[in-house]
Design a protein around this ligand. Structure first.
Ligand SMILES: Cc1cc2nc3c(=O)[nH]c(=O)nc-3n(C[C@H](O)[C@H](O)[C@H](O)COP(=O)(O)O)c2cc1C
Length: 216
């Protein structure tokens, strides 16, 4: 399987980037492809008003690397893992901009939007978060956005690794061992049980029988 891992902090050697690197390493250890990309390398602008921004063929005219990353790395991936620091109780602006800019290709005014929408669906999604504060709701806004994006795109929100720290590398000293958790998360990202029941979901009595839970 192929995973697209987006590190969205401006600190390339920061805490969330460390978690992203561990997840990518775990994915590769188990034979998957992991493309680890830094948002600051390709995302240079916010979403604009599409009516004035699109060229006469309907293409987005923002001239940065988003187009090729989105079309050639994000869309073909079976899994998308985003790493972000908590900034003001939300995600980094880079991660938010990544989601916002999808609109340039998803909207009906883009000629290839139907194919884009089809390929946005049915991915496995994961999050790696770093924050200074440890109270349980500190990343609630980030989680909520991911959960809703997963629902909307008919994707599966597999889980979250959250490390605590402030200065660069602090997560390595987090006694909760987010480094180990990130490596394990990467290893079983494509196989771990991920459920979201409805009242009428047919489900096994034994939660950890993976084959039954996954419906294999
Ligand atoms: C602009 C900004 C806003 C922040 N807001 C919060 C916050 O609301 N809650 C929190 O726990 N930490 C906050 N932090 C701390 C970072 O989440 C923390 O240092 C994190 O580990 C940074 O991750 P990074 O090294 O991947 O950039 C903030 C840091 C910055 C620079």
């Amino acid at each position: 399987m192929k995973a697209f891992v987006l590190s969205s902090s401006p600190r390339r050697d920061g805490n969330s980037a460390i978690l992203a690197g561990e997840i990518a390493a775990g994915l590769r250890e188990t034979g998957h492809e992991a493309d680890l990309v830094f948002a600051d390398d390709f995302l240079k602008d916010f979403l604009r008003d599409c009516r004035t921004c699109r060229d006469s063929d309907g293409n987005c005219s923002i001239d940065d690397g988003f187009r090729s990353v989105f079309l050639d790395k994000f869309l073909p991936a079976d899994g998308f893992i985003a790493a972000t620091p908590v900034y003001w109780y939300g995600p980094s602006a880079q991660l938010k901009a990544f989601f916002d800019r999808m609109f340039c290709y998803y909207a009906a005014s883009y000629p290839g939007s139907a194919g884009v929408i089809e390929r946005m669906k049915n991915k496995r999604l994961g999050l790696a978060i770093s924050s200074e504060e440890t109270f349980p709701m500190v990343a609630a806004a980030v989680l909520t956005q991911f959960q809703e994006y997963a629902r909307y795109s008919r994707s599966t929100f597999v889980g979250v690794v959250h490390g605590f720290g402030n200065s660069r590398g602090d997560v390595r000293r987090d006694p909760g061992d987010p480094i180990g958790a990130a490596r394990r998360f990467g290893r079983d990202f494509f196989t771990r049980a991920a459920t979201d029941y409805r009242v009428d979901t047919v489900r096994p009595a034994r939660m950890w029988d993976f084959a039954e839970v996954r419906g294999d």
